[in-house]
Each structure stands twice: as C-alpha cells, then as structure tokens.
Design a protein around this ligand. Structure first.
Ligand SMILES: Cc1cc2nc3c(=O)[nH]c(=O)nc-3n(C[C@H](O)[C@H](O)[C@H](O)COP(=O)(O)OP(=O)(O)OC[C@H]3O[C@@H](n4cnc5c(N)ncnc54)[C@H](O)[C@@H]3O)c2cc1C
Length: 431
C-alpha cells in the first residue's frame, strides 16, 4: 500500500510576520503578549521545550509584580499555587531587619513563581492573544536585504531542513548569549567589571514564609518561597571565591556558606529531598547593549544583564518588553530612540546599584545603604510604570506607522539578494 510521508515538525503558519521573537521566556513571551494583544502577527521561536525550567532563581521585585498585575496575569500565577510574600527580611550579620510589604490593589504581595510556571503563564496568555509559538526549534541565523536591514530568520528544528521566515522586525529575547545581538553586531554601551556566583537548590518551607536576604563579610544568600511548598535557597559568593572553593564540591561549599550566614537557613536547606538538584551559575559581569537597529531590537538579558544578586532581571525584562512593544507599535525611529533612552535611565541605575552589591566590597555597616539605593530606584520604576498606558495603537490610523507597515520593512518583495547577517558581519558591513 502506498504511504504518504507526514511531517510532524511544526512549521510557521505564515511566511511573513509583523514581528519574529527569538526566545520565549520572560522577555520574549511578554513582548509577544503585548504585541499580539495590540493586533500584530507575532511568531516566537524557542529552542527549549514548552514549560521547561531554566538556570534562574525567580524572586520578583515590586516592578515585575506590578507589570504582571497590569497584564491580568497575577490571578493565573496565584491559581498555580504561587505563594504571596508579605515580608522581606534583611539579615546583616546577626542583625535582622524585617520590612512588611506596602501592599495595594495592584500589589497584594510579592511572588516568586518557578520559571516553569511564570514562563508558561506568559506563553499561554500570548498564545491566547494570537501569538504563534514554535518550541523545540532554534533560530540559526538572520538574513538581511541589500541595504543591511534585517528581514527575517532562518529556523532549524531537530532533524528538519532549515526554513526562512520574514518579519518587519526581529526581536532578540534570546538571553545572555544572544544570537541576534551577535548577528546584528549590537554594540556594548557599558560593561560591568564584577560578577558573583550563585548556587541553589530547593527545600520544603513552612507556608507564610517571607523573602530572606543574608549578608556577612564576603558572602551572601537568600531564601525565596515558591510553588509546591518549596523555597529556593541560594548561596552567593564572588566568582573568584567560587573558582577557588566551589569547583571540587558545590554541595559542601554551598552548605558551608549557608552555615556561616545563618545556622537556621542551613538547617532549612538540609531538609531538601535527597534527589534535589543543585544548580550553579559561575557569574557574568553586567552589560548594556545597543537596543535596536534597522529591522531588529533586543529585549531582556539580550540587551541588558545585571548580576542576579539583586533579583531584578525579570523586572527589567518585563519593563523593557512593555517599552519595546510601544516602540514597535509606533514604528518611528524616534520611538525606538526614546525607548532605548528610557531603558538606559533605569538600566544604568540598576547596574550601578547591583554592582555595588555584587562587588562584595561592602561592610555590614554600609551594605544597608546600598540596598536603600536600589530600593529608591525600584520606587521610581514603579511610579514610572504606573503612569504608563498599556501599549496599543493609540494614534489615528493615518498617523500610525507600526514597524510592520514601514518601508522598507514592509516591502513585500521577497528578499532576493538577502545575505546572511553573520556573513555580512564577517564582511564588516554595518547594518
Ligand atoms: C542564577 C540566576 C539567578 C537569577 N535570579 C533571579 C531572580 O531571583 N529574580 C530575577 O528577577 N531575575 C533573576 N535572574 C535573572 C533572570 O533569570 C533573567 O534576567 C531572565 O531570565 C531574562 O529573561 P530573558 O527572557 O531575557 O532571557 P532567558 O530567560 O535567558 O531566555 C532566553 C531564551 O532564549 C532561547 N534562545 C536562545 N537562543 C535561541 C535561538 N537561537 N533560537 C531559539 N531560542 C533561543 C533560550 O533557550 C532561552 O529560553 C537570575 C539569573 C540567574 C542566572
């Protein structure tokens, strides 16, 4: 009997999108959600499986919770069993400073959803709004037209032939090692010089626990209550200390740091299940990259990275997703320039405040002041976010110039002479 080969590899439904986003975690899925809600045709490509975990703890700060609340996603996160956190306690040596959360209707408490929960909720909401997702597929390259404007991506799935898909803008939400940043030769606007290592695992915690941040000379740690009755318990040290003392035995070195920080948190960490997996991040110095160019933009860690010690990466990703969505919907060069300027106002302050903690050059007498500086930046962030309208097509149709409709990006002729961006970079041509 004759057989017909059926392809089980998912493929994009269109050949041309308003926006293609590389990476479907907090930055990519949020940007997709906001653009799809505003009516754009969006394709998101993610090389990891739907609902998978990633190397990240997940304490959300006030700006992130406010964003999720504005996007109506707090309810699904709480329904997924994410506990509300109502106090934050700073442990400076033996001193404890407990700070109750100043809650309000948009901010009933802080939350620290597992990335398997947060990223999935964002993807589900974006999909519901019409965004298309291809998981388990990787973007292998970008292509450009003869003027150097990015025109789309080349996708590769497991065992599948590569496929070109076009878009008016390609957004790199592809994290620290961003392929989009590399292909587009995104300039580093600022490079940090310090980094810290973070080693964490999960252990049971009593309900109602708050965030705990621990500091003692040269070491730090945290306890972050999350889903499934567990807390993420983290030991943080300068990267050079990690290289000297952690390499041989991560688990023992982590326990020694936790015991030095607080015997109570070490006992808590000791309650972990025998098969609880230990995760280690050696550290990467912070950076701020150029945020956009012709036909491309970067969001989340792809554009701005700060050490995890201040737990601000997800807040940054959500804030910048909203700013970028506004720029894409406006479509003008001025809107992208304004978005990058606004991003950098916060990015520079957050990088300053984060490096001041990740440097580990503080004493127990002055670390509190460094935290107060970060808190002041977050207060300003919350105020700025609360004053913003949700991204939408607010301009009259005649004045509206979303990226999707701008020449040359909207030129519907196929990218005949398009060259690979990596090839273009090798030829040292500028975008
Ligand atoms: C150890 C650690 C602890 C942290 N703790 C916190 C914390 O407590 N609170 C907080 O707010 N932040 C924390 N952060 C920071 C936070 O994890 C990041 O800021 C956040 O994940 C950035 O999200 P993103 O979507 O930009 O990138 P990512 O989460 O890195 O996602 C990028 C995605 O792009 C995909 N991708 C990459 N290249 C391709 C390609 N070519 N094709 C297809 N897909 C691709 C990847 O598979 C990945 O899923 C921590 C980070 C680390 C490392």
């Amino acid at each position: 009997m004759p057989t017909t080969a059926i392809s089980l590899t998912p493929t994009p439904k269109r050949v041309q999108y308003d926006a293609i986003i590389v990476g479907a975690r907090c930055a990519g899925a949020s940007t997709a959600l906001l653009l799809a809600r505003a009516g754009l045709k969006v394709l998101v490509i993610e090389r990891r499986p739907y609902g998978s975990d990633t190397l990240s703890t997940h304490a959300l700060m006030r700006p992130a919770v406010l964003q999720l609340s504005r996007w109506s996603l707090l309810a699904p996160l709480l329904e997924a069993g994410t506990p509300l956190i109502e106090t934050t306690t700073f442990h400076y040596g033996d001193e404890e400073i407990a700070i109750p959360l100043d809650s309000g209707p948009d901010l009933p408490g802080l939350i620290a959803p597992r990335r398997t929960v947060l990223d999935r909720v964002l993807v589900d909401a974006a999909r519901k709004s019409g965004a298309e997702f291809l998981h388990d597929m990787a973007v292998a390259d970008l292509f450009a037209d003869t003027s150097g404007r990015v025109r789309g991506v080349e996708i590769r799935g497991a065992g599948a032939a590569s496929l070109r898909v076009s878009a008016d803008i390609v957004i790199g939400a592809d994290g620290i090692g961003s392929l989009v940043a590399k292909c587009c030769d995104a300039q580093v606007l600022r490079a940090g010089s310090v980094s810290a290592a973070h080693v964490y695992s999960y252990a049971p915690v009593e309900s109602g626990a708050g965030y705990h941040w621990y500091f003692r000379d040269g070491i730090a740690g945290s306890l972050i209550p999350t889903n499934d009755g567990l807390a993420c318990i983290v030991a943080s040290v300068p990267t050079r200390l990690f290289d000297q003392h952690f390499r041989a035995d991560h688990a023992r070195a982590r326990m020694e740091v936790l015991e030095a920080l607080s015997p109570a948190v070490a006992v808590q960490a000791g309650r972990a299940a025998e098969d609880a997996r230990l995760q280690a991040f050696r550290g990467v110095p912070g950076y701020i990259r150029q945020a956009y160019g012709p036909g491309w933009a970067l969001v989340g860690d792809a554009g701005f990275f700060r050490d995890p010690i201040t737990a601000h990466g997800i807040s940054d990703a959500l804030r910048d997703a909203e700013g970028l969505a506004r720029a894409v919907l406006d479509g003008s060069e001025a809107a992208f320039a304004a978005w990058q300027r606004g991003r950098d106002v916060f990015a520079n302050q957050i990088l300053d405040a984060t490096d001041a903690v990740a440097s580990f050059d503080w004493t127990l007498a002055d670390i509190g002041e460094r935290h107060r500086r970060l808190s002041a930046v977050m207060k300003a962030e919350v105020q700025a976010l609360a004053g913003e309208e949700m991204p939408s097509h607010t301009l009259p149709a005649a004045r509206r110039r979303p990226a999707a409709r701008r020449a040359p990006a909207n030129d519907t002729s196929p990218p005949v002479a398009a060259g690979s961006i990596t090839q273009r970079n090798r030829m040292r041509m500028r975008p």
